[in-house]
Design a protein around this ligand. Structure first.
Ligand code: NI
Length: 251
């Protein structure tokens, strides 16, 4: 199994990060993509340490929440993209739910980071919350070379649009929630060669751990639910996600 989206630098893991990684390995997690969105000294040191492990890869970007601080953080962000084993720009996108940064600034920063990814020939990890039309418009306009819709919560129509643009679709813990009718349907129509799974930890723990801090080891229940919905086995699904992760992130 691979966890394609984990925020392992988050302070929620400060007390037991080494154990969290050990538990992930014991649970059968073979690779983790660690997403860095805050570029302070502490996080950068943790990120570098994580990347020194052969099964951990990285992605870095300014999150839409922090779009208003883009100019201040840009040089650290660009420097981080140059670290060995940083394989993607993400997460980037639009978040009209919290609106920590004004819409126009989120749009501008999203477009700029898409451009940076293109210049560096890196795939993009897209965050889109309550902004389906604008996210799609910008992606259609900027045409990133490769990318994934992370923690996908859209409907079948939206999924088809992104599949048509060559995107991968990734599902997280909410797939396992008892009341999650939409992702449980949408995941059935994603072709094998476009499917990814993730935790988005420390948030969005699967149903069995709901309310707790999430961690990569818990991804097993998301694989189990995805396998059940797609009428396959966890083993076959793991092979599929592994192949897709290698394709998308070139690892
Ligand atoms: Ni995330």
């Amino acid at each position: 199994m691979i966890d394609t989206h984990a925020h392992l630098t988050d302070a929620d893991f400060d007390a037991d990060r080494a154990e969290v990684i050990e538990r992930a390995k014991e649970a059968g997690v073979e690779k983790i993509i660690c997403i860095l969105c805050e570029f302070n000294e502490k996080n950068l040191a943790i990120f570098k340490e994580l990347l020194s492990r052969d099964f951990i890869f990285g992605a870095a970007a300014i999150h839409p929440h922090d779009a208003k601080d883009f100019e201040n953080r840009k040089s650290e962000f660009l420097k981080t993209l140059g670290f060995p084993k940083v394989v993607a720009v993400g997460e980037i996108g639009l978040d009209y739910h919290y609106m920590y940064s004004p819409k126009e600034i989120q749009v501008k920063v999203f477009e700029e980071q898409l451009l940076i990814a293109k210049e560096k020939n890196l795939p993009v990890v897209i965050h889109s919350r309550e902004a389906p039309a604008d996210t799609l418009d910008i992606i259609k306009k900027q045409k990133p070379r490769r990318g994934v819709m992370h923690c996908f919560s859209g409907d079948e129509k939206e999924a088809k649009e992104y599949l048509g643009l060559g995107f991968y679709i990734s599902f997280a813990g909410p797939l396992t929630f008892r009341n999650a009718a939409k992702p449980k349907e949408v995941i059935k129509m994603i072709p094998d060669n476009r499917l990814l799974l993730e935790t988005d930890c420390p948030w969005l723990a699967p149903q069995a751990f709901r309310g707790k801090r999430n961690e990569p080891a818990y991804i097993k229940s998301t694989y189990e639910e995805a396998a059940r919905l797609r009428n396959t086995t966890v083993e076959k699904l793991s092979d599929t996600v592994t192949t897709n992760t290698k394709e998308l992130f070139n690892i």
